[in-house]
Structure formats: structure tokens, C-alpha cells
Design a protein around this ligand. Sequence first.
Ligand code: SF4
Length: 319
Amino acid sequence: MKNIKDYNLEELKEQLKLLEEKPFRAEQIFKWLYVDKVKSFDEMTNLSLELRKKLALNFDICNYTIVKKLESVDGTKKYLFGLSDGNAIESVLMEYHFGKSVCVSSQIGCKMGCKFCASTGIPFIRNLTSGEIVEQILAIEQDTDLKVSNVVFMGIGEPFDNYDNVINAIKILNNPKGLNIGARHISVSTSGIVPKIYEFADADMQCTLSVSLHSANNQVRSSMMPVNSAYNIQELIQACKYYINKTNKRISFEYALAKDNNDNLKDADELIKLLKGMLCHVNLIPINKIENGKYTKSSLENIMKFRDYLNNARYSCNN
Ligand code: SF4
């Protein structure tokens, strides 16, 4: 049986029509699921008993169990959720001055094999459904009694390798009758699946797009990210320019600095030339050494030099 949270509001209306029910019932169900956050059809008390039975016969309601929860000193909470098929996924709640942000996973495991990523050792099992993506936010809201204001697709998985389910999850998250998280508060991060960047630009979802770049040099980037062998930097930048022209939105380029790999001023210079004239931001991240990984964190001095070099060339960057 399909999880009722896999349907966006329009799809749910169609499902109700198939059950010979009035489509407006979908809005009532949406409210029960995403505003009242009930866990069973029985709790949807403004629906007739007959309809509640019909729903239970035709749909599941996915509810997660918390397998593990870790809280760090800065208040960040890391959740491991148990899924109905026995798999588990990770989500992270971060509290910022601007609101509560959840970093969601989009797949169980990941195929992309980025050499600096701790998830690389986790074999790909399957895509998450839209409902399983949305449930991460719901389960965290239920656990903390907080309202999540921002969602970032930066957890385990490549969101554009599960494109349709991610787009549908955004429609559910974004619906004012559901979780009502503004599209501008939803950020999708890709390792650089070029055809999907074009598709995402054409879909005009109004979300923020982050692209993991990490080097302006094909040789260096290919050694860090196998996806670069399929779609090289020039193809990636062309797609990003299309996205910016089409949406008039700024792209955030992620750049993880690894010692003696991509962190010297020659690398910064190549980056400046590559991004020349683009509406973008560079997000510098000190790389975290992973078990058996070859990359180590850049020195603070190198990070500052790199940042200052970009800032002097009038590039917007953090850190
Ligand atoms: S795409 Fe993301 S999750 Fe997958 S290996 Fe690369 S960094 Fe890790």
C-alpha cells in the first residue's frame, strides 16, 4: 500500500475522486497530516467513519520511530529514524537566529562516491519516497514541538538522482495548507548532475540551488568527485549559467578546502576566472577528515588567505 504522505495536494484530490469522495476532503486530510500531525486515520475526526475506513484500506500512514538521537553542545540534534522496511535514515536539526533548519536525506545510501564524504561508505539501497522525505520534518517537529522554517537537501543521497520524489516532496513542504515552508527557505544541493540542473531551472521551483564545486580544475575535481567524469566543469558551469538566467536566482557554490589539494591561491585564482560574471556565492567549508580518507583540513591561515583573495576580487563568500 502506498503512503498517503507520498501525494501532494492535487494528487490526493485525484485519489479521493477515484474513491468516489469529494476532492475537498483532501484539504481536510492534508490539515490532519501536516498541521495537526496525527498518526492514524482514526484521529481524523471530522471525516466520516466510513471514509476513515476507506482510507485505512487504501493507504498507509508512514510514521518514523527514533532509533537514536544525539545532541551536541551547540543544540544541533542528529536523528536516526527507523523506516517501515527496516532501513534507517539520518536527519539533522540545526537552530539558527533566523529559525529552525532541517537537513534531510533524499536516498538510503548514495551512488555518487565523493571521496571526501562520510556517506561514501554507505552502499546505495534505494530512493526515499516523497512521503519519507517529508516525514523527516514532521517527525522532528513532533519530537521537539518546534516549527521548522528551513529545509536543506544536504543529507545522505544526491537529490537530483531522486529528482521526481524530491520535487514532489518540495510541493508538499511548500503547500500553504500543509507544512507551509516557503520555497525560498528550501535549498537543494547537487554534486552536479547537469541534465537535472536544466530541468530544475525550467521547473522554476523558487528554491535555492547549491552546487558542490570544490575545484575549478577538472583533474582535481575528478579526483574528488567521480561525477566530474560524466559532467565536467565546463558543462556544469554552462548549466548553472542557464539556471541563473532562467530563474534570476543566485547559486551557492560549495567549496570544501582540503590541505594541499585545492586550497592555495592558484586554486582561488582559477575559481575567480571560472565564476567571472556569475550571480553566485561561494560557501567555503573546511573539509572534515573521514576514516581512511586522503583529505585533511586546510590550515586556518590558508582558509583566511583563500577567503580574502575571493573577497578582494569582489566575490561573495562566507567564513
Ligand atoms: S552526493 Fe552528497 S551524499 Fe553523495 S557522496 Fe557526494 S557528498 Fe556524499
